[in-house]
Write a protein that binds this ligand. Structure first.
Ligand SMILES: [Ca+2]
Ligand SMILES: [Ca+2]
Ligand SMILES: [Ca+2]
Ligand SMILES: [Ca+2]
Length: 566
């Protein structure tokens, strides 16, 4: 894999220059104003909030949850943003908005140029919106929407609204099917409140299930999470206990995905820092060793100083194993840090082994909490970078591996979009909203005084990439949620030492938000790549050879492939 590959590259430097072999990272060099030559490959964003109409559309919101997904099948990801409507009404009267909170909003993305609101829509509810994700729960080819709302009835101003489940009507609108879904308040299931929604097919029946995560940190928390099995027809059934999970399981964000390479989805809850591995029979077992500093692992109510929050998995050092990054939320400490854990391999018993290497890879403490974390290649140079977010976004740029095999990061650099006032961007999601091949970011703004910035990635030289997604009608899980996507040098499909990248398809990692079901890779120097897609649970592998880069590639299970070419 990458380590081996670098060795080969150093032996054949001349051949690389002459041929179309992988080109090592070589940032664009331009003359700067002071006459010195500087690399301009720095990851750069431009605030396009006003240009695309979001400034006006999102007035009167305390943004918290964000989900991206293409609900009208035009290839451009659409946007759900939820408001944490628990403040007094006058707190929403800023920027020319009236004296009331705006409800959650469903917004259509028109070709990456502007957004319009779907209205009326049953998704326009006022509650304490905290999480959301798009997924095709009824497998009809149209993305549906799940939202989580914190709904403790003792809170005065939460409008009493619980979670929501919406079926896509196939015309870009949503139908409220919450009532029979068992995801909202029900005296038998006690699904009242959820901080996050995680989407996974935990039992391999092809239907996409839900893990509704609650926290136990604030006065409105209940501290009970619920694994909900998809029974078909947008109806779910609570299976928490029969899946071997504790009833009082809780956390603040985390990830779902196959962390131990057996194709079955596992999950991790940050804050309580528990990892559950899939037993491949409808049950889970708790990872029985802890790889965290013990000071992170105490519950918030036990008074610990560090509130870990949000997590994501991705291959940071190019060895084909998924590593993990975890953020942190409000605690009693003034210093915060993105925690980086390198995957040291899978033991014979199936347990993944991690080691915290935050300091060794160049990540130091910062003065702001950072609950949202993402692992993506933001400059399309073939190395996965890290974005964390709260009062603004910080970017850690992956500059390649040190001789000891650990990735090295520079930064943090700011993402921009910070207008100087009080800011809090609790969640995120990194779609390519304008389909120019560079992943963008929207920060849902907690303070109504300020706007929720949509930051367009304008990194120079980041023009070679491939975004891969699935729409396979013959698969019950047609978008491949939980699938492992690998890309290889062309002609080397499946060969370990030709692996260029690996990514697990997820729509719900990090904190309080959701991504499109796509795997994005930077592919510098490659006109084509080979792809393998390993479906979750049954382990069925699709091999696709000689796929052109610089495109959104949609795999439909057969030729001709559907794609957008640039
Ligand atoms: Ca659907
Ligand atoms: Ca697994
Ligand atoms: Ca990179
Ligand atoms: Ca973009």
């Amino acid at each position: 894999m990458k380590k081996v590959f670098i060795k080969i590259a150093s032996m054949f430097t001349l051949a690389i220059v002459a041929g179309s072999f992988y080109q090592a990272k070589d940032p664009v060099v331009n003359s700067s104003e002071d006459g010195l030559e500087k690399a301009t490959g720095q990851i750069t964003f431009s605030d396009v909030t006003v240009d695309v109409g979001l400034d006006e559309l999102l007035k009167g919101m305390h943004g918290h949850s964000v989900a991206w997904g293409d609900i009208n099948n035009d290839n451009y990801p659409d946007l759900f943003i939820g408001t944490f409507a628990t403040h007094a009404d006058e707190r929403y009267a800023f920027r020319g908005h009236g004296d009331f909170p705006e409800p959650d909003k469903l917004l259509i993305n028109h070709g990456g140029t502007h957004f319009t609101e779907v209205t009326p829509s049953p998704t326009q509810i006022k509650g304490m919106s905290s999480g959301a994700a798009f997924a095709d729960f009824d497998n009809d080819g149209y993305l549906d929407l799940v939202t989580s709302h914190i709904a403790n009835s003792s809170e005065d101003n939460n409008h009493g609204r619980s979670n929501g489940l919406y079926r896509n009507d196939g015309r870009g609108g949503m139908i409220d099917v919450s009532a029979k879904s068992n995801l909202i308040y029900n005296i038998d299931t006690v699904v009242v409140s959820a901080r996050n929604t995680f989407v996974l097919d935990y039992d391999g029946d092809g239907r996409i299930d839900l893990l509704m995560q609650d926290d136990d940190c604030w006065r409105w928390s209940i501290g009970r999470s619920h694994l909900m099995r998809n029974m078909g027809n947008m109806v779910f059934k609570e299976v928490t206990v029969e899946a071997g999970l504790p009833e009082n399981m809780n956390g603040l964000g985390g990830f779902v995905g196959d962390i131990n390479n057996d194709t079955w989805p596992d999950f991790f809850f940050a804050h309580t820092n528990v990892m559950y591995l899939n037993n491949q029979d409808g049950t889970f077992r708790k990872l029985d060793y802890e790889f965290f500093d013990p000071q992170y692992s105490a519950n918030a109510r036990a008074g610990n100083l560090v509130w870990t929050c949000g997590a994501e998995i991705g291959d940071l050092n190019g060895d084909g194993l998924l590593d993990m990054v975890m953020g942190d939320h409000f605690g009693n400490t003034l210093s915060h840090k993105a925690h980086v854990y390198i995957n040291k391999g899978i033991g014979k018993n199936g347990d993944p082994h991690f080691e915290e290497v935050s300091e060794e890879v160049g990540i130091d403490t910062v003065s702001q909490k950072e609950p949202y974390v993402a692992i993506e290649d933001l400059d399309n140079d073939g190395d996965m970078d890290i974005l964390v977010s709260t009062r603004e976004s910080f970017i850690y740029t992956n500059t390649g591996n040190a001789p000891n095999g650990l990735p090295q990061f520079s930064g943090p650099t700011g993402s921009g979009g910070h207008s100087g006032g009080l800011q809090y961007w609790p969640a995120g999601g990194m779609p390519d909203f304008d389909r120019d091949g560079r992943l963008d970011y929207l920060g849902p703004q907690w303070y109504a005084e300020e706007r929720s910035p949509l930051l367009r990635n304008i990194t120079e030289g980041a023009d070679n990439y491939i975004s891969i997604r699935m729409d396979i009608p013959d698969e019950d899980n047609r978008n491949g949620i939980g699938a492992m996507v690998r890309i290889y040098e062309p002609g080397s499909s499946g060969k370990e030492d030709a692996l260029l990248g690996i990514k697990c398809i997820s729509v719900s990692n990090g904190y309080s938000g959701g991504n499109p079901a796509e795997a994005h890779f930077g592919t510098p120097g490659y006109e084509k790549v080979d792809i393998s897609i390993t479906m979750p649970c049954d382990g069925n592998v699709y091999f696709i050879e000689d796929v052109q880069t610089r495109q959104l590639f949609t795999y439909t299970g057969q030729k001709p492939y559907s794609s957008i070419l640039h």
